[in-house]
Design a protein around this ligand. Sequence first.
Ligand code: GLA
Length: 721
Amino acid sequence: MFCACKLNAQVTIVVKSKDNALALKTDKDSLLYISYFGAALKEDSLYKRVSDEYRLSDANNSMTNNAYTPAGTWNLLEPALEIEQADGNHSVELKYVSHSTKTEKQNVFLTSVVLKDPVYPVEVILNYRVYFNENIIEQWSVIKNNNPKKAIRLDKYASANLYFARDKFFLRQYHGGWAGEMKPEEHELTAGIKTLDSKLGTRANLFQPPSFVLAFNKPSDEDNGEVLLGTLAWTGNFKIDFEKDGFNNLRLIAGINPYASQYLLAAKSSFETPAFIYAYSQHGVGTASRNMHRWARNYKIPDGNGSRQTLLNNWEATYFDFDESKLTGLFKGAKELGVDLFLLDDGWFGNKYPRNDDRAGLGDWQENRKKLPNGIPFLVNEAEKAGIKFGIWVEPEMVNPKSELYEKHRDWVIRQPDRKEYYFRNQLVLDLTNPDVQQYVFSILDTLLTKNPKLAFIKWDCNAVMYNAHSAYLQKKNIPQSHIYVEYVKGLYQVLERFRKKYPDIHMMLCSGGGGRADYKALSYFTEFWPSDNTDPYERIFIQWENSYFFPAITSCNHVTDWSKTSIKFRTDVAMMGKAGFDIVVDKLSANDKSFAVAALKDYASVNKIIWHGDMYRLVNPWKNSTASLMYASADRSSAVIFNYLTDRRYNNNSSIDPVKLKGLDPAKNYQLKEINLYPGQNAVFSANKVLSGDFLMNVGVNVRLSQSHPSVVIEVQQVP
Ligand code: GLA
């Protein structure tokens, strides 16, 4: 523990990873500001001198670049913290008290800085957890109300507040909607505040995710330049502000969205914010992405370095229209295809109000007796007999007004008691602020797994946003309604935490009508996520490309479906850049399509560890070219797999003229290149056993000869002695 023992002695705190450093310093009044953010300096003693070289005048210093900007005193900028004190006073000031750094485990260090208000009993702890080798920081704060008797009200409570002194800033942000997720836009930030936010409550990322790329001085580039990948680990409303200040520097404030979310903090209690996670690199987004992927696999995602199960899903194959024999009929196809499991999607439940479309039954989690007279246990057994495992879809946080659950427990539903109900996909959200509802949601999963211990997979969906956000439970408990958005998410985590304690190993897909919920807190409970309901491979190339900035391939569920009329080879090649699955009726495949799919799954089995655990390199950007190329290389650089696609099928756009330059190989070694995933009768784009040096492949490259008749090419690369 270090302490500011001498009155107002200036203290410098350095949060360091392998390549980078963030330095904090106190000013003469003990206010804490950010003095440095960039590459790690060779000598630690120099950090305290950085601020001497900046001419931020004292009058503004320590506020524009404050480490956690408080509101209500002399700060006139966007705050990180806003408090109404117990006596109604609306000010807070934070002065440095102490800091400490501890080793949490090998490679993981936590620096905590204690700040206190000199007038009111409020304390803030700023936490910076460093994953040293991965150059990742998780930053969050804890706000403490030390008042022994009275509550205070948090009006804003950000996770992180950062400051960057650079010439220019470029933001790559995302927008979209159902079936059109992760549409990027990159632009230079101008004076004022740019905000990324969500107010949807649930399915919070539907229109905009809390993930972005910030590039310094020039637009983001794959291999060069300073970039920061940022993302908030919170499965609810978020707000990320980018404020270009009077010095033309950038203030970044990220956290829970304070919109309609004033939070009453009881006497002697504390509020812990979610983590803002960032990867900073001086070598472009490629390095930052690979660092984030490695971190996610090593520290965040359950079984991040394990394997994943391929599957056959029945959603697009049957939608709601199935019965026992239709399903068991599909099992045979799953086995023939060679996937690990069968995933039963929506439509298997509800009796008084059968789930035959999306207008009824949600909430009534009993097997529909007409469709499934022998229940789920029978299906699990039949699947086992067919030689595959069985998984199931649930959407446990939701309810259709046409359901027994709604009839019985209207007080469990988020709705305004005296107003018209508004529906999103004909459904409403259950009130997870209520412990009874948490118990109910937990029991849906628990009952399924208790009755069917052999269930091997869960797809957890969440298809509605929160309209008419009002909780009968909070009202009954005299808790302000403005807690609803935060308490909902905490309730969800409570259920997931409990579930994971009891069932730590089961693989689980995070779905929210597509990618409406992909964030790193949710992903600490789920092994994978569903990026989009849009399974058109042309669309998917772009969606998967953008997700690849933030999420490792092992988390991306990609299914081959009949959504588009492209060849099964093209669809399969795209699906393989992650965790591949199928959502088709195998019996309807032509003989050639079927034998292709079977062989492709075998090829996949031989390269999937490289895709799941390897380093990803984005080689050719489809936004700037008429082709896309992505590569995954094993950490020891001995093997790789490259996926190439013709993305612009316009007449006469036949091939890329230039070779594709590979990355991540050993220049001194030789590699053999072989095209895999060939369709029956299809000739490889080059003869098997093409051997080239790593040096040649990375400096000259290889022409992958994409053409209208061969629009996707998958190449396996193997080091040879
Ligand atoms: C959502 C999911 C789909 C499917 C349907 C079922 O839209 O994204 O994959 O599970 O729900 O209703």
